[in-house]
Write a protein that binds this ligand. Structure first.
Ligand code: CO
Length: 274
């Protein structure tokens, strides 16, 4: 069996933080979520006005944020005194768990900023675990070269090599480059939800072509056969085991019930996140 494209979506232009312009692809009216993925934002601009305001201190509870910086520099700080630096090709894997207050601010006043933030849900029994940061430098991300391209493994396994990401449920995250007229066949666990987001060029799956700045939701079973025609392609492939649990959202908090969301807001207001 081969995976096919269920839908192709474009996402919406929006703004978040103190006024950072970004494209929201998952977590938008078009695609509210793709269990276990709650949100995918792409930020990308050479205009400092689009990013300079950054994301001043704000809370999270109940899930993980995975920030993959293709280009640019961001400084991360939190209320517990943790500090991290994201630069070209690095990843910050933050487990919000029972709660963090953090800021994500650009460490540059001009030049290109480009990357992604993905929200990965935590299963019910792990939503209130202790927060954790995993700062992954670019040189810690294995890059597997093959005839026709390469795969950077942020999380999961490819060609017998496992990436540095430490998800709490089954999940893979690859950054893939395919030359023109090339092919890549990937096994993905049956039953996992997955998507491809093209950030350069165009990629083909069966009889469909996905262009730059589009996301393709994949069917749940079988292997994935990707190929390029006359263009090269750069894209992320993300897939994960669905949690099949109720999802209650309230701004920066994602829990299982409305009551747990109200509790998150009151805990935050009472200073219990610090
Ligand atoms: Co945040």
């Amino acid at each position: 069996m081969k995976r096919y494209i269920q839908t192709i979506i474009e996402g919406i232009q929006t703004s978040d933080g103190a006024g950072v312009n970004l494209r929201r692809i998952i977590g938008s009216p078009e695609l509210n979520m793709l269990d276990p993925f709650l949100l995918l934002d792409e930020f990308g601009s050479e205009d400092p006005n689009d990013y300079i305001a950054g994301f001043p201190p704000h809370p999270h509870r109940g899930f993980e944020t995975i920030t993959y910086m293709l280009n640019g520099k961001f400084r991360h700080k939190d209320s517990a005194g943790n500090e991290g630096f994201l630069s070209d090709g690095s990843v910050q894997w933050m487990t919000a768990g029972k709660g963090v207050i953090h800021s994500e601010m650009p460490e540059q006043t001009d030049g290109l900023i480009k990357g992604f933030q993905l929200w990965l849900n935590l299963p019910k029994e792990k939503k209130m675990i202790s927060p954790k940061y995993n700062d992954i430098n670019a040189d810690q991300i294995p890059c597997i070269n093959f005839d026709g391209g390469n795969v950077k493994i942020i999380s999961g396994e490819f060609s017998g090599v496992t990436g540095p990401g430490e998800p709490h449920t089954g999940m893979l995250y690859f950054d893939i480059h395919l030359d023109a007229k090339s092919e890549l066949i990937l096994p993905i666990e049956n039953g996992w939800n997955g998507f491809i987001y093209v950030y350069d060029g165009k990629i083909n799956i069966l009889d469909k072509e996905i262009n730059k700045k589009y996301l393709a939701v994949l069917s749940q079973d079988g292997e994935l056969i990707l190929y390029t025609k006359e263009h090269e392609a750069r894209f992320i492939l993300v897939a994960g085991e669905p949690l099949n649990e109720p999802v209650a959202r309230g701004g920066p908090f994602v829990m299982n019930t409305k009551g747990e969301i109200l509790k998150a807001f009151s805990d935050y207001q009472e200073g219990k996140f610090a």
